[in-house]
Design a protein around this ligand. Structure first.
Ligand code: G3P
Ligand code: CA
Length: 265
């Protein structure tokens, strides 16, 4: 079963690789995604924006400066221009030559991984609705939509994805979102899960959201202590820059439970 609904009542650790295997490879590149997939994470998380000529590309920041050798707004460049840029050497010279991927290229890579879940983040921008429409259409074409949860810090995009497409959404605490709509039919009523940073994560915030019917999802528990803390708070959905600690702890918990399972059967 690879449908995203599987997460609804799940209590086992589920690991999403944040922007690919971000701890070891340049974020949001096909190599970072390939390495995350090879490490058998449950889910990939990635960020979407629009090129000047209307192509959905995978990049986190609104500008090119941090993660490429270019500068200025991503949306001021055509895809052909974006493809001229290097998206690897900023992380380590050994990765020189990596490019900003399109969503379509990522979809092609995902063909070989029919079980992996997808956390699709639509970054806030004046193009966000167009990005959302194009991403939904492409993920649908590839047959991936059933395994997607959509994220945005723009509450208007959360509402749009929920109302127009009936998709599963991940939002954030109100103070972190733009266009937040309070009230019973507002943003929280359209959020399936809430992303809670390790800085904000407490048992109380998890309970407060649970009281609203919203499951919590932590980011980014990258070391053992944070993984255990996330579990203590009742949060098993984890987006990690380094997925290894969470995956190892999941394995250790499963192994420790085995003799007990045998006794009970
Ligand atoms: O899943 C939540 C996380 O992706 C949000 O943070 O900075 O990667 O957009 P960021
Ligand atoms: Ca993200």
């Amino acid at each position: 079963m690879n449908k995203i609904e599987h997460l609804e009542n799940n209590t086992d650790i589920i690991v999403a690789a944040h922007r690919g295997l971000k701890s070891d490879y340049p974020e949001n590149t096909l190599l970072a995604f390939q390495k995350a997939l090879e490490s058998e994470v449950d889910m990939l998380e990635f960020d979407l924006r629009l090129s000047k000529d209307g192509v959905v590309v995978v990049i986190h920041d609104d500008t090119l400066d941090r993660t490429t050798n270019g500068s200025g707004q991503v949306s001021d460049y055509t895809l052909a221009e974006l493809k001229q840029l290097d998206a690897g050497a900023w992380f380590d010279p050994v990765f020189e030559g990596l490019k900003i991927p399109t969503l379509e290229e990522l979809c092609t890579l995902l063909n070989a991984y029919p079980e992996v879940l997808l956390n699709v983040e639509v970054k806030p921008s004046r193009h966000a609705k167009e990005v959302a429409d194009k991403a939904v259409a492409m993920l649908e074409d590839y047959g991936y939509l059933q395994r997607c949860v959509f994220t945005s810090f723009d509450a208007a995009i959360i509402a749009y994805l929920h109302d127009s497409y009936q998709l599963k959404t991940q939002g954030f605490p109100a103070e972190l979102m733009t266009n937040f709509d309070s009230g019973p039919d507002g943003t929280y009523s359209k959020m399936w899960v809430v992303g809670i940073s390790m800085k904000l994560l407490t048992p109380k915030i998890v309970k407060d959201f649970l009281d609203l019917g919203i499951k919590s999802w932590s980011y980014c528990p990258d070391v053992d202590q944070q993984v255990y803390y996330s579990l203590e708070c009742g949060v098993a959905l984890m987006t990690c820059n380094n997925p290894r600690p969470a995956m190892r702890i999941r394995h250790e918990i499963a192994t420790a439970a085995q003799p007990l399972n045998k006794e009970m059967s």
